[in-house]
Design a protein around this ligand. Sequence first.
Ligand code: ZN
Length: 70
Amino acid sequence: MAAPQWPKKCPNCNRPIRKQSWNKLDLKGTMPMTRGRDSEKIQLRNCSCGSTLAVPESATKKSDPPSSMK
Ligand SMILES: [Zn+2]
């Protein structure tokens, strides 16, 4: 539903960050996020300006179909 859109904008330097560029940024770590019954990992990466940005891990992967039901 609320899928993050690329390119993201760094709130600090307003630099647009594409998905490709995101995966090249310095990974600071991940943290779990729970939304209702769904839990998801958030990736924390540093923008080149030094600001830490957070993007859900699912948004950083290849464009899989959003609902993968077995
Ligand atoms: Zn920045």
